[in-house]
Design a protein around this ligand. Structure first.
Ligand SMILES: [Zn+2]
Length: 477
């Protein structure tokens, strides 16, 4: 039987605000344990929370960028649970009225087609503290307690681990471009849980799902979902009854482990957070936030294809980082030849950067210099073969290409009179070439051109040399 996976992802994003969601404490990562705290985020009796406007702005910005509808009526709820990292014994979140709903993200699938992954909802909530288990016992650090989060929940539209990775990659790039989070998975700014079930291909009802936690890297996400898919398929094949479970990905053994089954599931007893007023979001507020959304990476890539006529693949690579995209954009605009600029960046420049471990921001020259290189090749000042050398000097010295060419006397010689002398000299020194040509071996032409190029140390214009050698051989025939 053939099976398919049905996957939905829940992504927690730590927002890059200066202060926490409901108090004025700093959100800075690290710091001495329990030094970024106050009565509100310590959950002391009588302390009252107050919503940070920036949190709402960031949630709105994300929702609008992910094509969501906005709930103008917002309420916060208490999610009750008892755990040492939650000092109030509840988390402030949004259960019934999430700020954003019904949006989508478009991903490219392995066959190159575009697929929409639906966004079910985005809600605002606060983070918990951190437990540290030492040999002397367990300690708790509340620095993270109250740090603002948004949770982005997809519809069960994802079918393979690869699609899940494509979705998370796209989402991460958008969040980064929006400036709402630093999206560092290794520091926990971006955390991903997934729901997965399997069913026979063609069936439209949903199978029994398991929730997989602790997929803290792209690699873990793909491996964990792959493992869970195989585990569930095997169980179904063997006639086992699957149960709703929460499982934890263990990176060291590359397996998911049972955390709890449905019978042990928490009942969070949600109820409205009475300490916070409801939040009405006006159209003006939404429009003000909408104006702050920059051009997103995929929009940039589409524009590059449209404006500069470069292939889709090039556009995708060039927009992987904002630095690279801006560098290309500026150089291509200046050079009026996007394809040439893209070829230099993706080819020789990337190679030099890789070999030297250099980032685009550390380059000693700017986009203007790269467009200058394209220009002097186009106008015939240097050949493209010489361009490679010039780029290396630009990379090392940071000078503009025109002065490098001048200083090193690398100018291409196109003067027919001077070059004809060289051609004559080479042919006189190689009588066999002329003989062969007479005998009908026209292929010898290429060899003769190579000899002239060598004699002129690569500075001769190859087009002119080609023409002159052909003419001279015909004359001597
Ligand atoms: Zn605080």
């Amino acid at each position: 039987m053939r099976y398919e996976a049905v996957i939905g992802l829940e992504v927690h994003v730590e927002l890059q605000t200066k202060t926490k969601a409901f108090c004025g404490c700093t959100t800075e990562f690290g710091g001495k344990p329990n030094s970024h705290v106050c009565p509100v985020c310590l959950g002391l009796p009588g302390a009252l929370p107050m919503i940070n406007r920036q949190v709402v702005d960031f949630a709105l910005k994300t929702g609008l960028a992910l094509n969501c509808k906005i709930n103008t009526f917002n309420r916060f709820d208490r999610k009750n649970y008892f755990y040492p990292d939650a000092p109030k014994n509840y988390q402030i979140t949004q259960n019934d009225f999430p700020i954003c709903h019904d949006g989508y993200v478009e991903i490219e699938t392995s066959d190159g087609s575009i697929k929409r992954i639906g966004i079910e909802r985005i809600h605002m909530e606060e983070d918990a503290g951190k437990l540290m288990h030492t040999s002397k016992g367990s300690l708790v650090d509340f620095n993270r307690s109250g740090v603002p989060l948004i949770e982005i929940v997809t519809k069960p539209d994802i079918r393979t681990p690869e699609e899940a990775t494509a979705y998370l990659t796209k989402l991460r790039a958008i969040l980064f471009a929006l400036g709402v989070s630093d999206v560092k998975m290794e520091e926990g700014s971006l955390r991903c849980d997934g729901n997965i079930s399997v069913r026979e291909v063609g069936v439209t009802t949903l199978g029994v799902k398991s929730e997989v936690k602790n997929m803290n890297s792209f690699k873990a996400l793909e491996k964990a979902l792959g493992y869970e898919y195989r585990r569930q398929c095997e169980a179904v094949e063997n006639g086992e009854r699957l149960t709703v479970e929460t499982r934890r990905w263990d990176d060291s053994i590359e397996e998911t482990r049972l955390m709890r089954s449905k019978e042990m599931a928490n009942d969070y007893r949600y109820f409205p957070e009475g300490d916070l007023v409801t939040l009405d979001i006006s159209d003006e507020w939404i429009e003000r936030v909408r104006k702050t959304i920059p051009e997103l990476p995929h929009e940039k890539a589409e524009r590059f294809v449209r404006e500069y006529g470069i292939p889709k693949y090039d556009a995708m690579v060039l927009t992987l980082t904002a630095d690279m995209a801006d560098f290309f954009d500026e150089a291509a605009k200046e050079a009026k030849d996007g394809k040439a600029v893209s070829n230099w960046i993706m080819g020789d420049l990337s190679r030099l950067m890789n070999e030297n471990g250099t980032w685009i921001a550390d380059l000693k020259f700017g986009p203007r210099e790269l467009s200058g290189l394209v220009a002097i090749i186009k106008d015939g000042t240097i050949s493209s073969a010489m361009g490679k050398k010039v780029l290396e000097f630009m990379f090392e010295e940071g000078k503009d290409p025109a002065s490098i060419v001048k200083e090193r006397n690398m100018v291409q010689v196109s003067d027919e009179g001077a070059l004809l002398e060289e051609v004559k000299k080479v042919l006189a020194a190689n009588p066999k070439v002329v003989e062969d040509y007479r005998a009908g071996k026209t292929k010898i032409l290429g060899f003769a051109v190579g000899q002239v190029m060598k004699a002129t140390k690569g500075q001769a214009n190859p087009t002119v040399i080609n023409k002159l050698v052909a003419e001279e051989l015909e004359r001597l025939k």
